[in-house]
Design a protein around this ligand. Sequence first.
Ligand SMILES: C[S@@+](CC[C@H](N)C(=O)[O-])C[C@H]1O[C@@H](n2cnc3c(N)ncnc32)[C@H](O)[C@@H]1O
Length: 206
Amino acid sequence: MVKRSKSSDRWLQRQRKDQFVRKAQGGGQISRAHFKLEQLDQRYKLIKPRRNVLELGAAPGGWTNYLEERLDGGLLIAIDPLPITCGDNTYVIEGFAGEPEVDAEIERILAGEKLDLVLSDMAPNISGVRTVDQARSMDLADVSLDSCYRWMNLRGCMAIKAFQGEGLDDWVKDLKKCFKQVHMTKPKASRPESREVFVVAIDFVP
Ligand SMILES: C[S@@+](CC[C@H](N)C(=O)[O-])C[C@H]1O[C@@H](n2cnc3c(N)ncnc32)[C@H](O)[C@@H]1O
């Protein structure tokens, strides 16, 4: 019999009890993260047909799948160093968002077009040192915002995962200078014990 560590036992128990894990297994969704995007979309009406979307941190593909079902002809670019399960029309870039080669590939795919929506579910590799992990998560938030400055259409939107902690409130305050509406929200599918929140920014007016 395989001997598991206490922490993986705890993880397994939590997965078995989690209503959104069970819902994803029952409904054929790729990941429980699917429901976070669904809840954000239902509340803020982010995803509309024929929009150009950049999705950062897309593996294993729960959000990608949700987007593919709704974009109906729009352009979807999904980025992650890990494999993404997706349809043929999605442009996948295997790599880390913010790296020059990845940026060059985005430019090539967009070919002068602009984005309507930037999404990020990126999470840093957790070191266990809270200040380090918080700094890494703020770096990822900056990568998403840089994408808006480089490629977003006027009035575009952004929705990104962030972690409550040092720097986030000031970052959100600054965001209000370039988006008309900014909301910080925690969808029901986000685990209550997690510091994870989502920042939704609407109407890009740089
Ligand atoms: C929570 S998972 C995303 C789940 C996904 N939204 C879904 O619905 O299946 C976070 C992902 O962020 C990715 N990630 C972390 N840093 C990244 C970066 N700089 N660029 C792209 N992806 C990154 C990780 O590889 C991981 O796959």
